[in-house]
Design a binder for this molecule. Structure first.
Ligand code: GDP
Length: 364
């Protein structure tokens, strides 16, 4: 599955957000209940209205949403990378994520201490980014030393790694995060394996006061401006409201949301934004037993998509019977879609599209 790390300075609302994410009715009610892998790791159901629609049409007994993992990564403070250095476990926690949700305090509250004694989310973002950049520079220096013998020996992989590490170091020395390196398509795989902290795609989460949940405020506007300059995106939420909503039933939540002037829970927008950030898409398997959603990256081939369900599906892949979501819904299910000639047999070269309803045929 895909993993988002929640980072930010202390007292910005990370835990509040994490608790909200893992307590929602959707997370609880799903067939695979929210499970705490570790206290700070939670699997969250990805809300998708299409899945309910498909299940209703097919009369599926069970609805199984796809999941996204969130990790609450506490412990980043100013100067964290100096002195004792960022703890190994802590760095590993961030390294293992696919993307970063950076929570910024965009609310004023005299009762909640700000570690820097003022509310300034843009400067807060810079503090955290600086710590991560320093950590990256240190790890790059170490890795370059470690590689030097292999590079002299002409090992191809080491040479490639060295070249990319040096490119990263150059932008970092320039005060910019590693994600600003222009990486060629051929280098992507090696680049991702380097797991640089500041190379991870980033999403800024503006935690605003209750009254600003629908509109944002001056703080979140400033963050949006900063994010736009970086080509990053932002989500405005009130972690406190989200935590309250998470405890409500679906009907109560809908009522509460409309009172607040919100169309959907901020968490749904956050998960959606995470999906977009990682170029993720969803395909469905639908039958009388269950309707289930599966996550893939944009551009995934049919055999690789099958592999998300089971490795054997990928190995023995023959073809995928495919119905586009719109056809399935408009025509009223698999059989009518088939009769209308809207069920396609797609082979190994097929690129799965968001919303595809798939049925895999494979050799065992
Ligand atoms: P963390 O250290 O980043 O994990 O922050 P927490 O989630 O523990 O929140 C720190 C404090 O801020 C707690 O007392 C929260 O109740 C409070 N808090 C979190 N979000 C909001 C918010 O949107 N508005 C207000 N007023 N307080 C908040």
């Amino acid at each position: 599955g895909f993993k988002m790390g929640i980072v930010g300075l202390p007292n910005v609302g990370k835990s509040t957000l994490f608790n909200a994410l893992t307590k929602t009715a959707a997370a609880q009610a799903a067939n695979f209940p929210f499970c705490t892998i570790e206290p700070n790791v939670g699997d969250v159901a990805v809300p998708d209205a299409r899945l309910d629609k498909l299940a209703a049409i097919a009369g599926s007994k069970q609805i199984i949403p796809t999941r996204m993992t969130f990790v609450d990564i506490a412990g980043l403070v100013k100067g964290a990378s100096k002195g004792e250095g960022l703890g190994n476990q802590f760095l590993a926690n961030i390294r293992e994520t696919d993307a970063i949700a950076h929570v910024l305090r965009c609310f004023e509250d005299g009762d909640v201490t700000h570690v820097e004694d003022r509310v300034n989310p843009v400067e807060d973002a810079e503090i955290i980014e600086t710590e991560l950049m320093i950590a990256d520079m240190e790890s790059i220096e170490k890795r370059l030393q470690g590689l030097s013998r292999k590079v002299r020996g002409g090992e191809k992989e080491a040479v490639e790694q060295e070249r990319l590490l040096k490119a990263a170091l150059a932008v970092l020395n320039d005060g910019k995060p590693a994600r600003t390196v222009d990486v060629a398509a051929d280098d992507r795989r090696t680049w991702n394996m380097l797991q640089l902290l500041t190379a991870k795609p980033i999403l800024y989460v503006c935690n605003v006061d209750e009254g600003s949940a629908a509109t944002g405020n001056a703080f979140s506007d400033a963050v949006a401006e900063m994010a736009a300059a970086q080509g990053a995106s932002t989500v405005v939420i009130s972690a406190q409201i989200e935590e309250e909503i998470a405890q409500l039933s679906d009907e109560e939540a809908t009522e509460f949301l409309s009172e607040m002037g919100l169309e959907e829970p901020g968490l749904d927008r956050l998960i959606q934004a995470g999906y977009e950030l990682l170029s993720l898409e969803t395909y469905f398997t639908v039958g009388p037993k269950e309707a289930r959603a599966w996550t893939i990256r944009h551009g995934t081939s049919a055999p690789k998509a099958a592999g998300v369900i089971h490795g054997d599906f990928e190995k023995g892949f023959i073809r995928a019977e495919t119905i586009a979501y719109d056809d399935f819904v408009t025509l009223g299910g698999e059989q009518p879609a088939k009769e209308a000639g809207k069920m396609r047999a797609e082979g190994k070269a097929y690129t799965v599209k968001d919303g595809d309803v798939l049925h895999f045929l494979f050799n065992t």
